[in-house]
Design a protein around this ligand. Structure first.
Ligand code: ATP
Ligand code: MG
Length: 410
């Protein structure tokens, strides 16, 4: 028996209404803020992610689905910011009035150890805003994440924010972190040792307990809590916080929040839920002012986020499948098709028995699946009428073919 691959899941019909609702709410919330949907391909040149996500990240180092085709190296997208930036450059979006505001949804692929809240094919919804370096852009995208989560009925989430500063302040911070952690290198995990050379700030993101203990040491805390941010970056961050406060969005500052990707600067944020167990982040994002230029475009500031839809799904209330409106009970298939068509055209869901079963069996099926049975047997056909039976109350009426539609109340 061939089965679905490890880390992949079928989304079954019983869950699809809930997924459709997540997608529809995304469309509604983002459209109202004048964000437009962009759909990019599921595979891209491997180099896009190597350069765009960064080769010191777990994603690029361990998690990519990469394959060769016609001597090209291709990769199933592990995230979508790089793809959106590629499209922004390729279609000359920098010539449009800025900011350009985009959103997306769709599957992403990462070769990770599958566990609760972690799959190899999973889905993200995300927004990206290009062309504004202002703190109002940071606040707007965080605002949209919160509004979207609220629309899905999620209110008790924790928002953590931090500022990584600009490349200048980052360089000073990086050196200080390197200096203070140097004596601890033998105690830090293998990944942290690798990050120490490539991207030392990422060490602070390590989830290994023995590493986390080292971050708690006084001299390390002093560096982490120290003020490396230059006055401009500080003012930017203060403004973001001021706007979030004006929006009534509660947040916590977390100096350890550095995010997994290489390209972030200034504002970074994460939204967490306490109801998710250890994979508790629903949303992660931040500002990435250098990425467009890194990927070959004109220097364009940008800010955005991505949310894991499986994690959202597990938090939100589920929709039940809707009951069928009308089941047509008849032994005359040609007449049934006519009436079924009329019902569907008028906005009702309708089906019939495709198995030539007898009247009684058809009525049983109708009672199990539908709100109304529409009976079209010999008597009805002769008198050009239909019998409509309300399957909840068992009341039934015989009415003419011209006016039966008004008797169906959904
Ligand atoms: P984590 O620390 O959980 O690995 P990440 O930093 O790799 O997260 P991002 O790349 O920021 O995650 O992706 C944004 C969101 O996508 C995450 O907050 C999470 O909700 C979701 N996500 C990431 N990886 C997976 C996965 N393998 N399976 C399901 N959801 C995921
Ligand atoms: Mg990850």
């Amino acid at each position: 028996m061939i089965q679905a691959q490890k880390g992949t899941k079928d989304i079954l019909p019983e869950d699809v209404l809930t997924w459709q609702n997540m997608e529809q709410k995304a469309n509604e919330v983002f459209s109202k803020a004048n964000f437009q949907e962009l759909r990019t391909p599921i595979f891209e040149a491997t180099e896009l992610f190597a350069r765009g996500v960064g080769d010191s990240t777990d994603i690029v180092n361990k998690e990519m689905y990469t394959f060769e085709k016609s001597e090209r190296s291709l990769t199933l997208r592990p995230e979508n910011t790089a793809g959106v930036v590629r499209a922004y450059i390729e279609h000359g979006f920098s010539r449009l009035p800025q900011p350009v505001k985009l959103w997306y949804k769709g599957p992403m692929f990462r070769y990770e150890r599958p566990q609760a809240g972690r799959q190899r094919q999973f889905h993200q919804v995300g927004v990206e805003m290009f062309g504004s370096a202002e703190p109002s852009a940071d606040a707007e995208v965080i605002n949209l994440a919160v509004k979207y989560l609220n629309e899905l009925g999620l209110n008790d989430l924790e928002i953590e924010i931090n500022s990584l500063g600009c490349p200048d302040c980052r360089a000073k911070y990086r050196e200080a972190i390197k200096t203070v952690l140097k004596p601890y290198l033998p105690e830090l995990c293998e990944d942290c040792n690798f990050r120490y050379e490539k991207n030392p700030l990422r060490i602070l993101d390590c989830k290994v307990d023995s590493c986390k203990k080292i971050f708690e040491k006084d001299e390390v805390q002093k560096v982490i809590l120290g003020d490396f941010i230059c006055p401009e970056c500080k003012e930017h961050f203060e403004k973001v916080k001021e706007y979030l406060t004006a929006l009534n969005i509660p947040f916590k500052e977390n100096k350890l929040l550095v995010r997994g990707l290489d390209y972030y600067n200034r504002t970074v944020f994460e939204i967490k839920s306490n109801n998710l167990g250890s994979q508790n982040a629903v949303c992660g994002g931040g500002r990435y002012d250098s990425l467009v230029e890194t990927l070959g475009g004109v220097s364009t500031p940008a800010v955005g986020w991505a949310m894991g839809m499986e994690r959202l799904f597990s938090l939100i209330q589920k929709f039940k499948s809707k009951r069928l409106d009308v089941f047509v009970v008849s032994e005359n298939i040609a007449e049934t098709f006519k009436i079924i068509d009329e019902l569907r055209t008028n906005g009702f869901s309708a089906e019939f028995d495709y198995a030539n079963r007898k009247f009684k069996k058809q009525l049983d099926k109708a009672a199990k699946t539908a709100k109304y049975a529409l009976i079209l047997m010999e008597d009805e056909l002769k008198s050009n009428t239909v019998t409509i039976k309300n399957l909840d109350s068992s009341e039934q009426v015989n009415v003419s073919r011209d006016e039966y539609l008004s008797y169906i109340k959904i």
